[in-house]
Design a protein around this ligand. Structure first.
Ligand code: IVH
Length: 708
């Protein structure tokens, strides 16, 4: 490769990595797997090694972005949080050992081998044994204060259990303990299911969901999700534990150019190594890793990693590798950190190494490619696989995304393919194993007609999807009715997917308005002694004739209109008829509505079938209820209020109702646009943010006075 080629490749890799960091850290929505990311990183590192003159100091050589986000108070770590490079390679792991052997002058090195938990890093501070702070990694030196959210973790004690035996002669004055926040797979699935029901975006994997949850501004919402934590690492500690000669990790402070060593002060007994620290964490009553290995020499390290690999699927948390640490603190102190003079997030300890397991892949055959038609008409191809065991579950289907993806990978029916599940729950087809292709495998031709109603498909405007344009396509109709009745929309009791299916196949309903014309007598033949069921269903439907207007708007399934936009539309137009005749101009005036959403609404109501649907809803007796209107000149008209902490008498719902009745809007995060913050007991970062931004803060009494 020529230097100029290398230069442009290096530039491209850097910007690509920066983009992925942004998606991963700030948005918690990565586009590529860790494995592919690490591949790009390695390519960059190799190029930079070959062309050192092109390697600038500012190169991202680790997945070390910056997770700090808007709305949180920033807190400096007492001791920086560094990170580690990953390797997938046994040779590199052995080289790590060889370097340490050289540095320490002995083959006989003790290591701690731990599961590498695929979660979100946090640092907890305990002062005199009490949990006082939880902070994300941030940029390594300063992170976001997520204390309120971390306090929702049930298994995390608020205080360290004091010594009962010799292990803990005393509690440190202050200690930072590092760990990983995670969600179990079953909790991930539960939340994603709810997301789906309420029409919200799905999370790719448990780690993203944990990251997204930890960065919620509303800790009440966080409390509804069961975050968990494991602790494994030592940050700052005063007094310093034995093993650091009374100085703690001052070597790291020196590398960072912070204050120098204090010199040997009194030491905290109890632990002088990673393995005894693990025992101490357990003795303090903190949740720790299920298993770690104390071993001597690199062969024993490798054996431990193999054993970890064979048992990790039984762990509560996703384990994507092993972290190997030189066990003795006194030896860690000797070898220190790499990257002196750089920012904290670019430093990495020479005493630790992260070995990652390659993602789970399996080879299997594509028996067929089936097509799913969604509510909007989007046609999604799915690979029907010869069932194969992958990461502990049997996989029968994998997404093929869209026609372009099939063409790009040249996936054909009958092909042997590699399927990957990299922590993600939804498996994906990675590539075709070409050497196993037989002559019978002919290129896949994406159908031109809807697999359900045979209407000619059309390309989504400006997108990659093929769409069924037929408004009467039975599959679209079924999905639309399901959506209308679902929790996120009308929330009709008893009208789930199965019942919708039953009613459609028996010809009892054909359209959404038909739901409201159902009679008990129609339903009786469907089930043996189904009187109670039929009566309940009909009553459930009748009860929703007067559903909130926003629910009906959401239920219509207008493209781009989720629950929040539906609420905005209901507040602004107050009836379906007014909405149906709203001009583009009226629509773009709504705060947060872009051209795209406004146009989608206008286009939807321009279509005669859709206007007919609205008409029919009226004639079927549906009378949507507009939101309660605030009296003219109401005190909070046009004002945004943020709630935080526990109020002395009002519940959150009551306070919200009062704010809305006074014309105000409740928002989850504090910004310069917030008019008031209503704060109660244990108000956390939002209160501090309000103070920083100079937003007026009210207590309950002041709030009531304001309302008059
Ligand atoms: S020790 C100096 N131990 O993985 C950093 N890290 O790739 C040493 N992680 O940033 C960290 N499990 O967020 C350590 N048992 C474990 C871990 C672990 C997960 C995370 C951590 C770290 C990254 C390193």
């Amino acid at each position: 490769m020529l230097p100029n080629e290398a230069q442009s490749r290096i530039a491209a890799l850097r910007s690509e990595l920066a983009r992925h960091d942004e998606r991963y850290y700030r948005e918690a929505k990565p586009e590529i797997s860790d494995f592919d990311y690490d591949g790009l990183k390695k390519e960059l590192a190799d190029l930079e090694a070959r062309f050192p003159e092109l390697a600038a100091a500012e190169s991202p050589t680790q997945r070390v972005g910056d997770d700090r986000s808007e709305g949180f108070v920033r807190v400096k770590h007492r001791l920086a949080m560094t990170t580690l490079d990953n390797t997938y390679d046994e040779t590199e792991l052995r080289e790590f050992h060889a370097r340490l052997v050289k540095a320490m002058g002995t083959e006989n090195l003790a290591y701690s081998v731990e599961p590498k938990i695929d979660g979100v890093a946090v640092s907890l501070t305990f002062e005199k044994g009490k949990l006082t702070r939880a902070v994300t990694r941030g940029d390594g030196e300063e992170g976001d204060d997520v204390t309120a959210n971390v306090r929702t973790i049930r298994d995390l004690p608020r205080a360290l259990k004091p010594a009962e035996d010799l292990i803990a002669p005393s509690l440190p004055d202050v200690i930072e303990i590092r760990g990983e926040i995670f969600l179990r797979d079953e909790e991930f699935r539960r939340i994603n299911q709810l997301q789906e029901e309420t029409g919200e975006a799905l999370y790719a994997n448990p780690r993203n969901l944990a990251a997204g949850t930890l960065k919620q501004l509303d800790s009440k919402l966080v409390a509804t999700r069961r975050l968990e934590i494991v602790l494994y690492g030592l940050g700052a500690c005063e007094p310093a534990p034995t093993g650091f000669g009374g100085r703690g990790r001052d070597d790291l402070r020196v590398v960072l150019g912070q204050s120098g060593p204090h010199g040997g002060g009194p030491s905290l007994g109890g632990f002088d190594s990673q393995s005894s620290f693990q025992a101490q964490l357990r003795a303090w009553g903190l949740p720790v890793v299920e298993k770690f290995w104390s071993v001597c020499g690199i062969d024993a390290v490798w054996a431990a990693i193999k054993e970890l690999d064979s048992m990790r699927r039984g762990f509560a948390y996703a384990t994507d590798g092993a972290v190997v640490k030189l066990d003795l603190f006194s030896q860690q102190l000797v070898v220190g950190y790499r990257g002196a003079g750089q920012a904290a997030r670019k430093l990495s300890p020479r005493w630790a190494c992260a070995y990652k397991f390659a993602p789970d892949r399996a080879e299997t055959r594509i028996n067929a490619i089936s097509l799913q038609v969604g509510r909007t008409g989007a046609v999604t191809p799915v690979a029907e696989l010869e069932p194969v065991l992958l990461a502990g579950t049997t996989v029968k289907r994998a997404t093929l995304h869209n026609a372009d993806e099939i063409a790009r990978k040249d996936v054909r029916v009958g092909d042997t393919v590699l399927v990957e599940k990299a922590g993600e729950i939804i498996p994906a087809v990675i590539e075709v194993v070409l050497v196993k292709r037989t002559l019978e495998c002919v290129p896949y031709v994406f159908p031109t007609k809807c697999p359900v109603c045979a209407t000619t498909l059309v390309r989504e405007e400006g997108g990659v999807k093929w769409m069924c344009p037929n408004p009467e396509c039975p599959e679209k109709v079924r999905r639309k009715i399901e959506h209308f009745a679902s929790k996120a929309s009308l929330d009709i009791d008893g009208l789930g997917e199965e019942v919708v299916d039953l009613l459609l196949t028996r010809g009892l309903i054909k359209t959404i308005p038909d739901i409201f014309r159902l009679k008990v007598g129609d339903l009786l033949p469907l089930k043996k002694s189904g009187e109670v069921w039929a009566t309940n269903l009909v009553n459930g439907i009748a009860a929703r004739r007067t559903a909130d207007l926003w629910r009906v708007i959401h239920g219509l399934g207008i493209p781009q209109v989720g629950a929040a936009s539906a609420k905005d539309l209901a507040r602004r137009f107050r009836s379906l008829d007014a909405l149906a005749t709203a001009s583009l101009n009226d629509l773009v005036q709504i705060e947060g509505f872009g051209e795209k959403t406004a146009e989608a609404v206008r286009t939807w109501f321009n279509q005669p079938v859709n206007r007919a649907l609205v008409e029919e809803l009226h004639s079927a007796g549906v009378v949507p209820m507009p939101p309660v209107e605030a009296a003219a000149g109401a005190v909070l008209a046009g004002k945004t209020v943020v709630l935080t902490g526990t109020l002395p008498t009002l519940s959150r719902e009551e306070a919200t109702a009062l704010i809305e009745a006074a014309g105000g809007k409740v928002s989850g995060s504090v910004s310069r646009k917030t008019h008031y913050v209503l704060a109660g007991e244990e108000a956390g970062s939002k209160l501090e943010k309000a103070k920083t931004l100079g937003v007026p803060v009210l207590d309950e009494a002041a709030f009531k006075e304001l309302l008059g």
